[in-house]
Write a protein that binds this ligand. Structure first.
Ligand SMILES: Cc1cc2nc3c(=O)[nH]c(=O)nc-3n(C[C@H](O)[C@H](O)[C@H](O)COP(=O)(O)OP(=O)(O)OC[C@H]3O[C@@H](n4cnc5c(N)ncnc54)[C@H](O)[C@@H]3O)c2cc1C
Length: 296
């Protein structure tokens, strides 16, 4: 199929883009086009106007700040591939690069944007869940000004974010890896590069004696929105064993919505969540211990 007719504009400043977006309630932002163009072609979206932001070089920036607690700020036009390859991003918050490796194929990552993926709000996508796990935020602008939306107020429902129709997301902020913590992520997909049947990312804190001080995991493809769950209480006395990891997985399950579709039964998805929770939390723990050893 071909898209329904639409008007198109490619502004050269963010102010022009905001005015164009405000001019039509049925306007949509076009970033990498890796989600929007298929939706247009299948006529699942039919905006009256496309505001192409690819001419706004000021949104291509990736900024890493190590001051205070540290933050990685990714501009709205930074492509997945550029973020994944950025050494400073990898050093300050390695979970971003780790998770981007799981996003689609290199060709799609060359074009698709990390911020576009977040505001597209697909609960099967990796980066919304990573932002949720890390307690990040998105900064948006409109003709009325700028605001920053905390991740817990961002995802409203399936493919629905809390951005107003006249707002452009200009950046996403991911807190840096805290001292004494480690991260990991993994997923199971039918084919490499497909959206996952279930995906898990975790951040685990350890003390100098190797005891678990905190454990959180976030899940994708397990409900209408990404879900983050605090698993710390499963690690009684800070200990980590197969039994504790199994307890952590059971703690997470009631928060997840394992659904059935043509790819997998609900039971299979729930089992993936169990297996991946055990695997990913263990890997995040190992990462935390290894970082402590390197830094000591
Ligand atoms: C075959 C295939 C496989 C894929 N597999 C995966 C996968 O495994 N995991 C995954 O996460 N993604 C996957 N993707 C999607 C890919 O990551 C997209 O790049 C991403 O979801 C959207 O980013 P984009 O820049 O392409 O946004 P676009 O497609 O341009 O836009 C998507 C939506 O977000 C809105 N939008 C985008 N940027 C902004 C902004 N700055 N401000 C306001 N609104 C904005 C658009 O209006 C649109 O509604 C896949 C895509 C394809 C084609």
């Amino acid at each position: 199929m071909k898209p329904a007719p639409f008007a198109y504009t490619r502004p050269t400043t963010i102010e022009e883009a905001l005015i164009a977006l405000a001019s039509d309630p049925y306007a949509k932002v076009l970033a990498g086009g890796q989600s929007l163009v298929p939706l247009l072609s299948m006529r699942l979206a039919a905006p009256a106007l496309l505001v192409d932001i690819n001419g706004l070089a000021e949104l291509e920036t990736i900024h890493v700040s190590e001051a205070g607690e540290g933050v990685v700020r990714i501009g709205a036009l930074a492509r997945h591939a550029a973020v994944e390859a950025d050494e400073d991003v990898r050093r300050v918050q390695p979970l971003i690069s780790n998770a981007l490796k799981l996003v689609a194929h290199p060709t799609i990552r060359n074009r698709g944007t990390t911020v576009g993926s977040i505001v597209h709000a697909d609960a099967s996508a990796e980066m919304p869940a990573v932002l949720m796990l890390l307690d990040g935020s998105v900064t948006v602008r409109s003709v009325d000004g700028e605001r920053t939306i905390g991740v817990h107020d961002l995802f409203v429902g399936p493919l629905e974010s809390s951005l107003a129709p006249n707002e452009i997301a200009v950046s996403a902020q991911f807190p840096a890896l805290a001292e004494g913590t480690g991260v990991a992520c993994d997923e199971v997909a039918r084919r490499h590069g497909d959206y996952a049947l279930c995906g898990v990312a975790a951040v685990v804190g350890v003390d100098g004696a190797g005891a678990v001080t905190s454990a959180r995991a976030a899940y994708w493809s397990m409900g209408d929105v990404p879900v983050a769950v605090d698993l710390t209480e499963a690690f009684v006395g800070g200990r980590l064993s197969d039994e504790h990891l199994a307890a952590a997985a059971e703690l997470a399950l009631p928060h997840l919505e394992a659904t059935e579709d043509i790819h997998a039964t609900a039971d299979y998805r729930a089992q993936l969540a169990r297996v991946l929770t055990r695997r990913v939390v263990r890997a995040a723990y190992d990462d935390a211990v290894a970082r402590r050893e390197t830094n000591s």
